[in-house]
Design a protein around this ligand. Structure first.
Ligand SMILES: Cc1ncc(COP(=O)(O)O)c(C=O)c1O
Ligand SMILES: N[C@@H](CCSC[C@H](N)C(=O)O)C(=O)O
Length: 465
């Protein structure tokens, strides 16, 4: 049978051997399952902490998305739980009298990831060395300077600076010089539809995603998925999940199976909106370095001006829908994010939802990183992060523009013919707020040409890397 494309695979839950031939898999809320002591071998479930049929349906769907057997997948209660389980199951136990478990991680990390790594440092003495993983030479220098690295934790693009990490290159290096080092990828910013680090060659050891984001897409559940390269790794992680009770609840598993069905169409529309919006912010709103203000910039992997555009494209199917920009002024960014003119953009943390979201990372998602550490890492405090939802792009632009005008960042001139960025002294012809068709066709073309690829092509590319 020909391999189905991934957006088809997640819609189809297959036959579930249901007694009533239900089209949609039922939700099994039961915590216990009756035991037949004469036929124990045939028994798949006894207690929902250990396993639940609805969780199994979800794990099977995620397995199809990542092209691994269902046994290699674990669904847990959040993205942070996923990382916790992986570190406990694979890394923290490596400590001996002579060796402190050592992790290398990026320097642009989601605040909660940083907090968990700090927690492990204080509780278990596992050390995390942070380096800009988007700079391969720096990564290599740090790797070589350490006696033994137990784990490399990667994420690309990074949250929230959207830096591209050359995951295939790091994998080639690490697996060549230190095959026992586990390479873990947080794939939340891409989702399994855009990137599958388990199919790169060499591949990573474990991928996890916060299912709270794209996989579910509706901001009505918290969840995490862990996908292991081998059944042996999965068994070690399952032991921790069963011991701690971290498995995802039946109701959330069921909701996630439902959310997953629309992953393809949601992501397509979200990415298309993000492509249009990022180019509009850069070209028409002037969020790019000028002689007056060098500290302003639009950050998005789908921008032609991004030097890592091709690198990102070489191992991903699409750009995702998260972008960020610096206005050049903390006060103005704060005014923008506090603007009462924002009716469509919701000011909340998180991303990957059908609704468009806007946030100020230093005050919200990344507030748990010590301000001093943010400063050391040149984290821009004026950064505004956006994640496009599935709404109409014209409405999204109008809503954001009204807020930028109220925040005294943009001035509309000549009845909308020009947009003037006051912080940047940048004047641009505004072609794209009301005129939907022309710019849309340009970006559609651009989007299709550059990013829509069949995942079989990506897999073929991955194996050549
Ligand atoms: C990149 C990334 N990884 C992991 C997480 C953690 O996921 P969760 O909130 O589901 O615990 C988040 C956000 O919360 C995130 O942005
Ligand atoms: N108060 C929360 C903040 C969650 S941020 C969620 C998401 N990863 C994002 O990047 O927006 C916390 O303390 O973790």
């Amino acid at each position: 049978m020909p391999i189905k494309t991934l957006d088809t695979v997640v819609v189809n839950t297959g036959s579930q051997n249901d007694q009533h031939s239900a089209s949609v898999p039922p939700v099994y809320l039961s915590t216990t399952f009756k035991v037949d002591l004469n036929n124990e071998a045939a028994q798949d479930y006894d207690y929902s902490r250990s396993g639940n049929p609805t969780r199994s349906v979800l794990q099977n769907q995620i397995g199809k998305l990542y092209r691994v057997p269902q046994e290699n997948v674990l669904a847990v209660s959040s993205g942070m739980t996923a990382l916790d389980i992986i570190l406990r199951g694979l890394v923290l136990l490596n400590g001996t009298e002579d060796h402190t478990p050592t992790i290398i991680a990026g320097d642009d990390l989601y605040g909660g990831t940083q907090r968990l790594l700090n927690f492990f440092k204080h509780q278990t003495h596992a050390v995390t060395v942070h380096v800009d993983t988007s700079n391969f030479e720096r990564f290599k220098t740090v790797f070589q300077s350490l006696d033994k690295v137990d784990c490399v934790l990667l994420e690309s693009p990074t949250n929230p600076l959207c830096k591209v990490v050359d995951i295939p290159k790091i994998l080639r290096y690490v697996k060549c010089v230190s095959p026992d080092t586990k390479v873990i990828v947080d794939n939340t910013m891409m989702s399994g539809l855009n990137c599958n680090p388990l199919q790169l060659n060499p591949s990573c050891d474990v991928v996890y995603e916060s299912a709270t984001k794209y996989l579910n897409g509706h901001h009505d559940l918290m969840g995490g998925v862990i996908i292991s390269k081998t059944a042996e790794i999965a068994a070690k992680l399952y032991f921790v999940v069963n011991s701690t009770g971290a498995g995802l609840s039946p109701m959330d598993s069921w909701l996630l199976v439902r959310g997953l069905k629309t992953l393809g169409v949601r992501l397509h529309q979200q990415q298309r909106n993000a492509m249009i919006l990022a180019h509009w912010l850069e070209d028409s709103c002037g969020f790019k370095p000028t002689n007056t203000n060098k500290a302003t910039k639009t950050r998005f992997v789908g921008l032609r001006s991004n030097p890592d555009f091709k690198l990102h494209q070489s191992f991903n199917n699409g750009p995702g829908a998260v972008l960020s920009f610096e206005t050049g002024s903390f006060e103005h960014s704060k005014r923008l994010v506090s603007s009462k003119k924002l009716n469509i953009w919701a000011v909340t943390v998180s991303f990957g939802c059908v609704n468009s979201l806007l946030s100020m990372p230093c005050k919200m998602s990344h507030a748990s990183i010590d301000p001093e550490v943010r400063k050391e890492r040149d984290f821009p405090e004026d950064l505004v992060r956006l994640c496009c939802g599935i709404e109409n792009i014209v409405d999204l632009k109008k809503d954001l523009l009204a807020a930028m005008v109220e925040a005294d960042i943009i001035e509309i001139r000549d009845n909308g013919k020009y947009l003037y960025n006051k912080l940047n002294n940048h004047l641009a012809v505004n072609t794209t707020v009301d005129n939907l068709h022309k710019p849309l066709s340009i970006y559609e073309e651009f989007y299709n040409e550059d990013f829509i690829r069949k995942d079989s092509e990506l897999n073929a590319k991955g194996s050549k890397l």
